[in-house]
Every structure is written in structure tokens, then in C-alpha cells.
Design a protein around this ligand. Sequence first.
Ligand code: SF4
Length: 121
Amino acid sequence: MQSDSKRLNTTDHSRDSAGLTYVYPVISRRAGGVSIGINLNPNNACNWRCVYCQVPDLKRGSAPRIDLNKLERELRSFLHELVDGDFMQKHVPPEVRKIHDIAISVMVNPPVRKNLNKSSN
Ligand code: SF4
């Protein structure tokens, strides 16, 4: 997990802010807390080109197969770090130091959906 003391803010939605593959924190100004994101498309690959796409450095191609064991380990350890560690003190402004939700980021394109179905079997 990332160890520098960079503060998160409401405009930084970087998916690698925690140095993990699938799990990343976002400060939600509207919710007033930390939203834990789960990115199921870690290689930023997609075969579509939606005009509203906000995926940074979008590449042509398919998402890799989802490693559910790794995802579970990352989520458990990150939740542990948020609840019992010092992540909140180091990276989250005092007024929003609470876990608000866990949000799964699922691209709706066919390659990822197919991959998700395989991984859940
Ligand atoms: S399906 Fe999602 S990732 Fe792919 S281009 Fe559209 S918005 Fe971007």
C-alpha cells in the first residue's frame, strides 16, 4: 500500500492512489466521506469509444481476467487499514474521515462483462 502522506481531495479520483490493483479510495464531497472504489478494469482497456468516456489513457483491448482472491485480499486489508490503521489520519481531511460506501466500477462493455461472468463462476 502507498506509504507517502499525500492528502486525498474531492477532485482526485486517481485509481492508483492506494497503490493497489483493484481497490482505491475517493473522497466524496457530496457524501462527506470516503468512497471505496473497486475498479474491475485495471488496464484501462476497452473496445468502445464512448464520447463521454472518462477512463484515463484508454487503450483498445480487453480487461484482464479478474483475480477475485487478490481483490478480496486488497479489500479486506484496505478496510482494515481504514478502520484500524492510520490511512485516514495520513490521507483524508478530518471533516470527511468516515467510510461512506463501497462502489464497484464496472465497465459495461462486452469484454469486461464476459470476463466478470467467467470470474464469478
Ligand atoms: S464503455 Fe466505458 S470504458 Fe469503454 S469507452 Fe465507453 S465509457 Fe469508456
